[in-house]
Structure formats: structure tokens, C-alpha cells
Design a binder for this molecule. Structure first.
Ligand SMILES: Cc1ncc(COP(=O)(O)O)c(C=O)c1O
Length: 375
């Protein structure tokens, strides 16, 4: 079976985790600091704060951005449910906007229509690694005096106008889940250029304790801590960070290879009338966290039949990105009428295997099999 995805982990990551275990310090400590520093160097961000996963990163991003009960935050329904959940955790309401067919990201026109007096922020997702048009949303936020928060869970290493995702907005959140381009098992990172946000994020991730574990450990004086506000345990461990440091070293090579495989798919599957392949706008560079294909109505097989045939041929396949408004947890918004593109993309697109390293014969087999099924 050709898997849909596979993390690229090697002896370097294993050795790094092993060394950390034997060092005797496994909770948040110096490896986490080193990982944060490397993350700043890689993305160009001013500050980075590592946390336990991207869902928690988004939750903290909402808190430091001042999102509270009664507020509204506009986000795509077509995203992993963590996007909407991070808003609900604060007591605010996610207001679902539709996405654009061409890049699977928020449709600015639809977003503008949903802005009310209660709107405090837009949560902009870079879906499956394709950067959204950040400048358009910065302009909308400025005009309406609301915040822009980026959900870059899938977009590490992707670029917008020649710069890495992580530097454009006041606050950006990343995921290191194994389904992402690099992994720490579970893990997340927040980047910001706002020093006040940075200081508060570092507190909130560890119960807002006034003295860190490391400071207390190293202190020669008696010191008593205070808890400055209600915080959370959203810490990353040093074992995870030790893996992340080595994964960051590989990231550019991983992305180059993902882009090469995506290029082979784009060439090998071109000219098929009943599918729409991903298209990268000139000013953006995707890390191809996933490779999604849209199946048009004139296809000889429907999407689910096609998925069954691929599976039967030994090729793992996934349906398009979920819509949150049709999940039981968000059923109160199921009658939103503005989400037709999201529903169509979710119901008629599918994802094919893409991972590093991937055998050339497997890449060719996916292309040939798909061509046969839809021809
Ligand atoms: C767009 C998006 N946001 C947030 C998340 C949550 O990330 P994590 O699993 O690290 O909490 C995901 C994970 O799939 C995602 O795809």
C-alpha cells in the first residue's frame, strides 16, 4: 500500500532525542530554547514560542489578541476543526466564511460581508500549505480595525512574496503533527513581532508562573514563585524540541523534494479534462503539505468511487479538507448559505500520496492509475 503521508525521521532525530533523555532534563528547557532560536532564524520571525500543539498555539493567540466571550472571529469552515475550536475555547463565536476555488483559502469578498460590530479578528488559514493572499487580509483588517491571526498549521516553509510564512502578521501558529511537513510527534510554534505578546505567551504556556523551572533549578537562593494569571500547561518537552531541531535542519531539502514530486504530478496529470490540479499564484510558494485534486462533474466516476478504486489499487487516498459547519459540534451553523464553494471542494476533491522519500515507481504508478480511472 502506498501511504498518503509519512514523516521523514532518521538517525539524527533518534540520536538527538536519545541524548536529551540521557541528559536528565526532559521537560521544557534548553532544547526548547534552542528550537525557538532556530525557528526564528529559519522563518525570519522576531520571537518564537514553542507549545504542545497548534490547537493550543491558536488558543493562546486568541487570548493575547484579546478575543473574549461575545466576540466574533471570522474563519474558514473548510479547515481542520481545531481552527474553529480555538475560537470557541475563548467564549467567542466562529463565523464561517467561504473559500476560493483557486487556492482553497478564505474568499476576501465573502469575509467582508460577514464583518459586524462584534468582529474582533480574522483567522486566516494557509490551507494544505498554500499561502493565502495575506496583504488583502491585512488591508481588510486595517480598514475595519480588527486583528489578523494566521493559522499556518500546514504552512511551515511556505512563502508569500519572497518571505517565509511567520513574519507577515502579529501572530502566526504552526503545527508539528506527523501529518505536517516536519514533526516533533505533537507540537506547535507561535511566531510574533510584538514583544508584549511574546512575554505573555511565554507565561501563559506554563500556568503564568513567575519563575521558570530552569531558573528555580539553577538558583542558589531560596526563591518562591507566584502565578500571575490563569495560565495553561501547553509546554513542549525537550525531547520533542531535540527532534524538532534536527527536523528544521532538513526542512529546505524536504520542501524541495515535495515540490519536485508535486511538479511530477502536475506534469503527469496535465491535460485531463475532468480534474482541476493545484495552481500556485506567482507570488506564493507552497510546501505541498498535501496534494489536492478537484474532480469535475464530467468525470466518468464520482469522487467516492474514484477513492475506492485508488484504494483497491493499493494507493491511500483522503477526501478533501473537512467543513466544520456540517460537523455535529457546529450544527447550529449548518444552515449557513454562504459556504457552497467549501461544501463543493470538501465533497469533490481528494488527496493523493506525497511524502519524502517517495519511490519514483510509486509516483509514476499513482499517475498512471489515476489517469486510467478518470479516462
Ligand atoms: C489548519 C489547521 N489548524 C490547526 C490544526 C491543529 O494542529 P495540531 O494537531 O498541532 O493541534 C491543524 C491540524 O491538522 C490544521 O490542519
Amino acid at each position: 500500500m502506498i501511504p498518503i503521508a509519512k514523516p521523514f525521521l532518521g538517525k539524527e532525530e533518534a540520536q538527538s532525542a536519545y541524548n536529551t533523555v540521557l541528559s536528565g532534563w526532559v521537560a521544557q528547557g534548553e532544547r526548547v530554547e534552542e528550537f525557538e532560536k532556530k525557528f526564528c532564524e529559519y522563518t525570519g520571525a522576531k520571537y518564537s514560542v514553542a507549545v504542545s500543539n497548534c490547537t493550543n498555539a491558536l488558543h493562546l493567540a486568541m487570548i493575547v489578541s484579546g478575543i473574549k466571550t461575545g466576540d466574533e472571529v471570522i474563519c474558514p469552515s473548510m479547515s481542520y476543526i481545531a481552527t474553529a475550536n480555538s475560537i470557541v475555547y475563548t467564549g467567542a463565536k466562529p463565523v464561517f466564511a467561504d473559500v476560493s476555488q483557486h487556492d482553497y483559502n478564505l474568499d476576501p469578498e465573502n469575509v467582508v460581508k460577514l464583518i459586524t460590530k462584534k468582529t474582533k479578528a480574522i483567522l486566516l488559514v494557509h490551507q494544505i500549505g498554500m499561502p493565502a493572499d495575506i496583504e488583502t487580509f491585512q488591508k481588510i483588517c486595517k480598514e475595519n480595525n480588527i486583528k489578523l491571526i494566521e493559522d499556518a498549521a500546514c504552512a511551515i516553509g511556505s512563502e508569500y512574496k519572497g518571505e517565509k510564512i511567520g513574519v507577515h502578521s502579529e501572530i502566526v501558529c504552526f503545527s508539528f503533527h506527523p501529518r505536517k511537513v516536519i514533526t516533533t510527534g505533537e507540537g506547535g510554534m507561535i511566531t510574533t513581532y510584538n514583544k508584549e505578546y511574546y512575554k505573555r505567551l511565554k507565561l501563559l504556556r506554563q500556568h503564568a508562573i513567575s519563575i521558570s523551572g530552569k531558573e528555580r533549578h539553577n538558583s542558589k537562593n531560596l526563591s518562591f514563585e507566584d502565578h500571575l494569571e490563569t495560565g495553561y500547561n501547553y509546554r513542549m518537552t525537550d525531547i520533542q524540541a531535540a527532534i524538532g531541531i534536527k527536523q528544521l535542519d532538513r526542512l529546505d531539502k524536504i520542501i524541495d523534494e515535495r515540490r519536485r514530486i508535486a511538479g511530477k504530478y502536475l506534469t503527469g496529470l496535465s491535460g485531463i479534462d475532468c480534474i482541476i490540479l493545484p495552481a500556485e499564484p506567482e507570488d506564493r510558494k507552497s510546501n505541498y503539505q498535501s496534494f489536492a485534486i478537484y474532480l469535475k462533474e464530467n468525470s466518468p466516476v464520482n469522487r467516492n468511487e474514484l477513492m475506492k478504486k485508488l484504494l483497491a489499487a493499493g494507493i491511500s487516498v483522503r477526501k478533501g479538507v473537512m467543513t466544520s459547519h456540517r460537523e455535529t459540534a457546529y450544527k447550529y451553523s449548518a444552515d449557513q448559505k454562504n459556504l457552497s464553494v467549501s461544501e463543493d471542494l470538501c465533497d469533490n476533491s481528494f488527496m493523493i500520496p506525497l511524502y519524502v522519500p517517495m519511490d519514483e515507481s510509486d509516483i509514476n504508478y499513482v499517475i498512471e492509475t489515476l489517469r486510467k480511472i478518470v479516462s
